[in-house]
Design a protein around this ligand. Structure first.
Ligand SMILES: C[S@@+](CC[C@H](N)C(=O)[O-])C[C@H]1O[C@@H](n2cnc3c(N)ncnc32)[C@H](O)[C@@H]1O
Length: 280
């Protein structure tokens, strides 16, 4: 992708419209689930006195969760103006007095020199959508203070990533009607896969927020189908990459690939928490 495209929201799927829609569904139970999830990934109950950066803040739900955990300063950035608006609206509604600000900035415009370093840097499902994942990972790493924690989620590499890249590219510029048909096909296939495995698909959708960071099935499917640009990485490559940058692996939640055709219906995100252990 050309450098000017990396900075333009127009070359990306319109993530923000989906987040504006989802932001209206945020309620206390979803906030509670987002807090639990942040506790699981960070390995901490509280963020008291710590600064928190959310790269690709989307709906703002996890920036809000960081505030609820006691973060003293929260900054959120997103390339999509609708995501920035959604994040601001979420914080205005649930934590109006918090020290939280959101800006329309791309990760490629950020550095520790211009933004300072943060104790906690969170970027869930974002850096693989930037058009240059490795450059984005390096830029995110630069924003972590020494001994600070980087929490990221990235799509797992599977044999079907090439196929999904083509589908996502098509979907991100398809008409709303064509997108709806594509979502129905994807959901129908998932329903069949659940039946094949003897699992209850309706219960999965009903309990989706509980098991998926407070998110919503319908919004997540639209986000998955359209999430373009799209890259992916294996856990081994991710660990090796951050090891070279001077980060130590703290914990990870990586998915076990399905036995049959792993990645056919989507790859899912692997989650990692790394501590910055190099001296600056
Ligand atoms: C899949 S959404 C994830 C949102 C949120 N982190 C969450 O977990 O719900 C990806 C977000 O990353 C944003 N994004 C994509 N490229 C970006 C970039 N270069 N810099 C900052 N944000 C970016 C998108 O606009 C979108 O809001």
């Amino acid at each position: 992708m050309a450098d000017q495209d990396l900075l333009s929201a127009e070359s990306h799927f319109a993530f923000g419209k989906n987040w504006l829609d989802y932001a209206q569904k945020i309620d206390e139970p979803k906030i509670g689930q987002a807090v639990s999830d942040l506790q699981r990934l960070s390995g901490r109950d509280r963020f008291d006195g710590l600064s928190f950066l959310d790269i690709g803040s989307g709906s703002g739900l996890h920036a809000l969760a960081a505030i609820r955990m006691g973060a003293s300063r929260v900054v959120g950035v997103d390339i999509d103006p609708d995501s920035v608006e959604a994040s601001r609206a979420t914080l205005a509604k649930f934590a109006p007095a918090a020290d939280a600000r959101f800006e329309r900035v791309s990760i490629f415009e950020m550095s520790s020199e211009s933004f300072g370093g943060f104790d906690l840097v969170y970027s869930w499902g974002v850096l693989h959508h930037t058009g240059d994942m490795y450059r984005a990972l390096t830029a995110a790493a630069d924003l972590v203070q020494p001994d600070g924690l980087l929490m990221i989620a990235l799509y797992k590499e599977t044999p079907f990533c090439g196929m999904w890249r083509v589908i996502k590219r098509w979907y991100s510029s398809a008409s709303p009607q064509a997108q709806l048909r594509a979502r129905r096909v994807r959901t129908g296939l998932q329903r069949l896969a659940f039946r094949f495995k003897g699992r209850d698909f309706n219960a999965y959708v009903r309990n989706y927020a509980e098991n998926n960071r407070g998110m919503n099935y319908a919004n997540d499917i639209h986000d998955w189908m359209g999430g373009y640009p799209y890259q992916s990485i294996s856990p081994a490559d991710c660990r090796a990459f951050f090891g070279r940058l001077g980060f130590r692996a703290e914990r990870e939640f990586v998915r076990t690939p399905g036995r049959y055709l792993p990645g056919l219906l989507g790859s899912g995100c692997d989650e990692y928490a790394f501590t910055r252990s190099d001296a600056r």
